[in-house]
Write a protein that binds this ligand. Structure first.
Ligand code: NAD
Ligand code: 0WE
Length: 255
């Protein structure tokens, strides 16, 4: 029997087969979990639906995390269909492209709010709706990056959003511990995905990892998936409020 046999959960953040959330979904399925997926909009539904169906997804639902009513609708459908859940994967982030290249002080109020709303507040909102369905405890995992605790060139407002996300993980973990609900983050090294495409100097970051990271290479979606599987499973029953690094290049000065 798999590590996740009999467990059900929702995955937010698959855009395509390169997505970190997709690497996580594959590990969860292989371990016996039942999965629900959300997609951002109609354009992405075309990509996400066939992927989700290939893992026998029981529910495939729209969700723009900026909209409380869409988050609420996801959890209402899941409540009707399943009654309860065991885990949530949050692998969602966004900032305006110009805010990831201009000087940080140029970040507009609207750009700052957008990045923090989608990339950090959404974890709080999703958790609020998930808690009533986690009737036998649960585990929530989100994705972060080293730019939360170090300045990484051009990561800018996303670094501020990831700092808020990691602090949110700690506050949620403390609040929800008594309900048997754990909340953790994975801090992954740079991986070539849709969210990494068009980032200036992204190839340089990959090369820096290949030259100087402990493993002398980048990590991949499968490796992030395996660590996420651990955090979502009962193997991590004593782990909460943590940021778990999957070779994020911590030894690279100014990575
Ligand atoms: P990705 O583009 O595949 O995933 C990002 C997802 O966010 C997409 O599915 C997109 O649809 C979703 N999204 C954006 N705005 C949304 C909204 N308003 N509502 C709902 N969904 C929305 O890229 P990825 O690299 O797999 O990113 C997943 C997570 O991993 C992000 O939190 C990212 O910050 C984090 N991360 C990525 C890397 C990397 O190098 N790729 C490293 C560390 C952490
Ligand atoms: O979290 C991320 C990516 C976040 C991201 C990426 C984009 C690109 C396209 C958020 N919003 C957008 N908006 C877009 O329009 N990563 C950890 C990957 C990443 O992004 C960087 C990095 C790394 C690594 C940006 C600058 C420097 C390094």
């Amino acid at each position: 029997m798999g590590l996740m046999a009999g467990k059900r959960g929702i995955i937010f953040g698959v855009a395509n087969e390169m997505s970190i959330a997709w690497g996580i979904a594959q590990q969860l399925k292989a371990a016996g979990a039942s999965l629900a997926f959300t997609y951002l909009n109609d354009a992405l539904e075309k990509r996400v639906r066939p992927l989700a169906e290939s893992l026998d997804a029981e529910l495939i639902l729209p969700c723009d995390v900026c909209k409380d009513e869409e988050i609420e609708a996801v959890f209402e459908t899941v409540r009707q269909e399943w009654g309860s859940i065991d885990f949530v994967v949050h692998a969602v982030a966004f900032a305006n492209r110009e805010d990831l290249k201009q000087g940080f002080s140029q970040t507009s109020r609207a750009g700052f709010q957008l990045a923090l709303d989608i990339s950090a507040y959404s974890l709080v909102a999703i958790t609020r709706y998930a808690v009533p369905l986690m009737t036998h405890g649960g585990s929530i995992v989100t994705m972060t990056y080293l730019g939360s605790v170090r300045t990484i060139p051009n990561y800018n407002v996303m670094g501020v959003a990831k700092a808020a996300l990691e602090a949110s993980v700690r506050y949620l973990a403390v609040e929800l511990g008594e309900k048997g609900i754990r909340v953790n983050a994975i801090s992954a090294g740079p991986i070539k995905t849709l969210a990494a495409s068009g980032i200036a100097n992204f190839r340089e970051k990959i090369k820096l990892m290949d030259d100087r990271a402990p493993l002398k290479r980048c990590v991949d979606q499968e490796e992030v998936g395996k660590s996420t599987l651990y955090l979502l499973s009962d193997l991590a029953s004593g782990v909460t409020g943590e940021v778990h690094y999957v070779d994020a290049g911590f030894n690279i000065t100014g990575a």
